[in-house]
Ligand binder design. Structure first.
Ligand code: CP
Length: 309
């Protein structure tokens, strides 16, 4: 694997290998000393041109726990703020001997463009409204652990409902691509104004009626209403959005036995998800966060190699 730019680039074997190695990496979280020599001498630069809590921190932890030298760069504080182009920034850092770039950028396609300019490996940590492949992988990891605890970790025959602001979501695109590779049935739920153009060609079922699917899903994945990307009225009021598309206590009570709740974070509590649902015993939200470090260790391992220990 040279780069990880899209969840759609992963074969079933590659995706399964990343999840399986992540399972081995997961054990390190219980150790008092979280350090493996796997990536000693390798340099990973985390370039975040958009804000992040989970992705940036977990990539940094993943690199550090595997003994890589990790460096963080943001637009503010780099020469980008003086007008240097993304291409010149990438060529400059690549020329220093970087082994891997982890890039988040506000423009869809910018990470793939950056990958075409450099010798180093590149991971897409979220580009605009396009993709966030490591989020889909960590979601799959947390879901597979949940299914395994129930005695059968197969994705085939499972229904995953992805609900909310699909229009502005890079998480939904990566999840649809990965979950279809893994064999799940994906049902997309959103108001008509928040459905991406061409969604009917994604190979999923699409509905505007959350109540019609809430009690048949094995996993209900709620997505954040991305108000910072909204220029205009996509729904009349926040209250109406919650009534029709929120995971309210009433809908929480209707989930089928064994069903679990996901949210990539950050959450708008009280808008797309109630606190009762976010903090429920069948919520995987913090498991997703924990999975983020293990999955990103596995992704760096698959890209940069190293000796497994
Ligand atoms: N889920 C996610 O990408 O979160 P951050 O924006 O905090 O990285």
């Amino acid at each position: 694997m040279r780069h990880l730019l899209s969840a759609g680039d992963l074969s079933l074997a590659e995706a399964t290998s990343i999840l399986d190695v992540a399972e081995e990496m997961h054990a390190i979280q219980d150790r008092p000393i979280k350090k493996l020599p796997t990536l000693r001498g390798r340099t990973v630069i985390n370039m975040f041109f958009e804000d992040s809590t989970r992705t940036r921190t977990s990539f940094e932890m993943a690199g550090k726990w595997m003994s890589a030298d990790t460096i963080n760069i943001s637009a503010k504080g780099s020469s980008t703020s003086k007008g240097e182009s993304l291409r010149d920034t990438m060529l400059t850092l690549d020329a220093m001997g970087t082994d891997c770039f982890v890039i988040r950028h506000g423009s869809s396609g910018a990470v793939a463009q950056a990958a075409s300019w450099v010798r180093a490996h590149v991971v897409n940590a979220g580009d605009g409204t396009h993709e966030h492949p490591t989020q889909a992988l960590l979601d799959a990891f947390a879901i597979r652990r949940h299914l395994r605890a129930g005695g059968d970790d197969a994705f085939e025959g499972r229904t995953i409902a992805i609900v909310g602001d699909l229009l502005h979501s890079r998480v939904v695109r990566s999840n649809v691509l990965l979950q279809r590779t893994l064999g799940s049935r994906v049902v997309l739920v959103a108001p008509p104004t928040l459905l991406p153009t061409g969604v009917e060609q994604w190979g999923c079922e699409v509905t505007n009626d959350f109540d019609a699917v809430v009690d048949e899903a094995d996993i209900v994945m709620m997505l954040r209403v991305q108000r910072e990307r909204m220029h205009g009225g996509f729904f009349p009021t926040a209250r109406e959005y919650t009534e029709l598309y929120g995971l309210t206590p009433e809908r929480l009570a209707r989930l089928r036995p064994g069903a679990a709740i996901c949210h990539p974070g950050p959450m708008n509590r009280g808008l797309e998800i109630s606190s009762e649902a976010a903090d429920a015993t069948n919520s995987l939200i913090l498991d997703q966060v924990t999975a983020g470090v293990s999955v990103r260790m596995s992704v760096l391992y698959h890209l940069l190699g190293g000796s497994p220990e």
